[in-house]
Design a binder for this molecule. Structure first.
Ligand code: 5RP
Length: 287
């Protein structure tokens, strides 16, 4: 068994966005992938998120020494990441068997200055949150389009919310009461007649809060939801924290999980953003 990393594969030419994703992913892995010496006798548990940026995380992981990789178990956050792990012949684990992960790498749809994230653009948010919440360190990798000055400003679709299929209209009504603007059942697109079905057999409602209630509007307090239009319980001038909105959404009967990753559920400790100019910008948790 080899003990040194194989030479990196030649990089294929990528679009600026893909190249930015790759840069961020490579730096995140190089900086945070655990490399204990001597290697532990118990496996290192590594969470692998979902989406297009995580593909580059796995690409970089596959360049690590096989002696290290054979000591790891990789925990997927859904069908796509399970396939990524398997296609790289990495040891595959099951989240239900492990309640403590060393680290989790994942993408995001939006990241604010205090590392609050919106996730779930790929409909994998429930398992992503489960993996992130069990990890000692949750590391986000993204491209420059995901950088936000305040949550819900960069990702127009709104907060993805996984719901039990039987109660979609009930949940949508409750979301309107919380100030969501035109919450929509996500459809499956060209490949699926009807709604998008998650890996857990549920539906997704995308609930924008950026019109009636702006999340963390710049200059009005970090991480706050600031109302602009007077939805019930969110009158003009009202403020509520991102954490409070997250809690309110979670309390709705029929909500399985929502895509707000923040303090109190699954907060990232650091985010890497690949930039258009080829550099990588970091946002880290304040010490
Ligand atoms: O939350 C996710 C899937 O549910 C993804 O991590 C998020 O949508 C980012 O994806 P990408 O890396 O393709 O931009």
């Amino acid at each position: 068994m080899s003990t040194s990393a194989p030479p990196p594969a030649p990089l294929s030419p990528l679009s600026p966005v893909e190249s930015a994703k790759r840069q961020a992913a490579y730096i995140a892995v190089d900086t945070h992938f655990p490399r204990p010496s001597p290697l532990p006798t118990t496996p290192l548990l590594i969470g692998i998120g979902s989406g297009s940026t995580v593909i580059y995380v796995v690409e970089r992981i596959l360049q690590l020494p096989s002696s290290l990789l054979s000591q790891c178990i990789f925990i997927p956050t859904g069908y796509q990441s399970r396939e990524l792990i398997l296609s790289g012949s990495l040891p595959l684990g099951d989240i239900d068997l492990h309640n403590h992960l060393h680290i989790a790498f994942d993408g995001a749809d939006e990241v604010d200055p205090t590392l609050n994230c919106i996730k779930g653009g790929g409909a994998c948010l429930f398992q992503e949150k489960l993996v992130a919440v069990k990890a000692d360190k949750f590391v986000v990798v993204a491209d420059f389009r995901k950088i936000s000055s305040s949550l819900s400003m960069a990702y127009a679709a709104g907060v993805p919310i996984e719901v039990v299929p039987q109660v979609v209209s009930w949940v949508a009504k409750r979301l309107l009461e919380l100030g969501a603007v035109n919450p929509k059942l996500r459809m499956g697109g060209m490949a699926k007649a009807g709604p998008c079905v998650t890996d857990n057999g549920n539906f997704i409602i995308d609930a924008p809060f950026h019109d009636g209630c702006v999340l963390g509007k710049q200059g009005e307090g970090e991480g706050e939801v600031v109302n602009g239009k007077g939805a019930k319980g969110c009158g003009v001038g009202d403020t509520r924290t991102v954490e409070r909105l997250a809690e309110e959404i979670k309390k709705i009967v029929g909500v399985v999980e929502h895509g707000i990753f923040c303090k109190g559920n699954a907060k990232a400790v650091v985010a890497y953003f690949g930039m258009e100019d080829g550099t990588v910008t970091t946002r880290a948790e304040e010490a």
